[in-house]
Ligand binder design. Sequence first.
Ligand SMILES: C[S@@+](CC[C@H](N)C(=O)[O-])C[C@H]1O[C@@H](n2cnc3c(N)ncnc32)[C@H](O)[C@@H]1O
Length: 216
Amino acid sequence: MNILDGKNLINIDSLQLENIVAGFDKICVDIGTGDGRNIYRKAKAEPGTFFIGIDPVKDNMEEIAVKLNKKPEKGGLKNVVLAVAAAENMPPELHRIADTVTVLFPWGILLEGVVKPIDEFIDAVAETAKSGGKFEFITTYSPAYEENTIETRAMPELSIDYFNGEYREVLKKHGLIVESVEMLDNEFVKGFDSKWARRLAFGRKRDFYRITGSVL
Ligand SMILES: C[S@@+](CC[C@H](N)C(=O)[O-])C[C@H]1O[C@@H](n2cnc3c(N)ncnc32)[C@H](O)[C@@H]1O
C-alpha cells in the first residue's frame, strides 16, 4: 500500500507493514482520516496502539505526515502511518488487521456508504477488522444545514430509530453487530482535533450519531 513518508509516497508490502506494527498492543484503522489530526492526537495519548489513517486525498494528510517524521520532542510519532487509499479499494495489506475501525464525520460517497448503508463500504469495514474487533462510526447532517447533500445523495433522515431499525439488520448480514447507537452534541465533538471536526464542534448546534459495535 502507498503510505506517506513526509510528503513522499512509498509503497510497502504486508511484511514491511507487519514489521512497522510489531510490538504494538492494538491496531486502529481510521477510514477517511482527512488531515490525520484526530488519529495524531489519539496516537499521542495511546502509545501502545498503532494508528493507520487512510484517505484518498494525499495533500490533506501531508502536514501531519511531515510532523510524524520529526524528532519526538518536535512532535514525531512512531505509532502512526497515513496511507493514500479509498474505502472502496482498501489496500489488501489491511485485510483483517484492525482491532478497531473508525469512520469519523464522513462526507461524499463515504457518508453514503456508511449511512445508507452501501454493501462495499460496510464490507470494507468488516474486512479490515479482526474477528472480534470493534467499529465506530460518527456522523451528522441535518435538513437545516445540508438540504442539498440530503437531496442529491438521497440521504435518509438520521435518528436513533433509523440506526436501530433495518440499518442494524443490514450491518449484521455483513458481520457488523451494532451494540450502541447514541445521539451526541457539539460538546462531545470538541474532543476531536481535526480541522473538520473543530469546524463542526464549534459551528452551529447539531446532533451527532455515534454507532459502535463488534465485527464477527
Ligand atoms: C469530512 S472529512 C472528515 C475527515 C476526518 N475523518 C475528520 O474527522 O476530520 C471526510 C473525509 O472522507 C474522505 N473520503 C471521501 N470519500 C472517501 C472514500 N471513498 N474512501 C475513503 N475516504 C473518503 C475525504 O477525502 C475526507 O477527508
